[in-house]
Write a protein of this length. Structure first.
Length: 227
């Protein structure tokens, strides 16, 4: 797994998860400075995957995420889809976010596609790995713009890239205005790739790749510190 100079891989021994699984970590400063993560490995096989980058920082009220999809050839989305539709069936970049250090059972799933359509829902995953027969549910953010989400996406087909700049409100995680510094988080970042000729089959990539073709395995979430 590739991580940037701002990121490291740390063992989870001694944390609430009580496991020797190694996951990446990154320190995230207040905006306008940024922490950066990069990945280019597939889920779950760890083969080469199109390069992907996420730049992170925080303001008094929001988490700022800038997603950059490199080596893009398809820019594939369904133009009929709107907010909170199943955009994950096509091409998206994603962030799974939890405030705390444990392997989470409930976390925010945020997605954005090349058409600047977003998906935002809290996931209830008490098995922590979407186990067969276990509860698994989503609770959608029905009015993201009013709630403080924002997103702007630009495509650069000549450069084979697309970039989405997003804001996610800290209040969703019970962080008061101006109180984000010093908080600890678990996050993971994902990208899906498909095309008109391969849909519905997808390539999957991740910052911290799970050991099977599922993004919803929370022990693989990396550690993120707001500094």
């Amino acid at each position: 797994m590739r991580v940037s100079a701002a990121a490291a891989v740390v063992p989870l021994v001694g944390l609430a998860t009580a496991t020797s699984l190694r996951v990446p970590s990154v320190d995230v400063p207040a905006c306008p400075r940024r922490g950066t993560i990069k990945y280019s490995k597939s889920v779950p096989d760890l083969t080469d995957f199109p390069r992907t980058q996420v730049d992170l920082c925080y303001t008094d009220t929001s988490i700022s995420l800038t997603f950059t999809a490199l080596d893009e050839t398809n820019f594939y989305f369904n133009a009929s889809q709107g907010t909170n539709d199943d955009i994950w069936e096509y091409e998206v970049m994603e962030a799974f976010i939890y405030k705390g250090t444990e392997d989470p059972q409930t976390y925010l799933e945020f997605e954005i596609n090349p058409n600047n359509v977003t998906y935002q829902a809290f996931v209830y995953n008490p098995s922590k790995d979407r186990a067969d027969g276990a509860p698994f549910d989503h609770f959608f953010v029905s009015d993201p713009a009013t709630d403080g989400f924002s997103a702007t996406t630009k495509l650069d087909k000549r450069a084979k890239s697309w970039t989405s700049r997003t804001l996610i409100p800290l209040a969703l995680f019970n962080v008061d205005n101006g109180r984000a510094k010093g908080t600890n988080w678990r996050m993971n970042f994902f990208r899906t790739i498909t095309s008109p000729s391969t849909y519905p089959d997808q390539q999957l990539g991740a910052w911290s790749p799970p050991n099977k073709a599922s993004f919803h395995i929370s022990k693989y979430f990396g550690h993120v510190r707001f500094v």
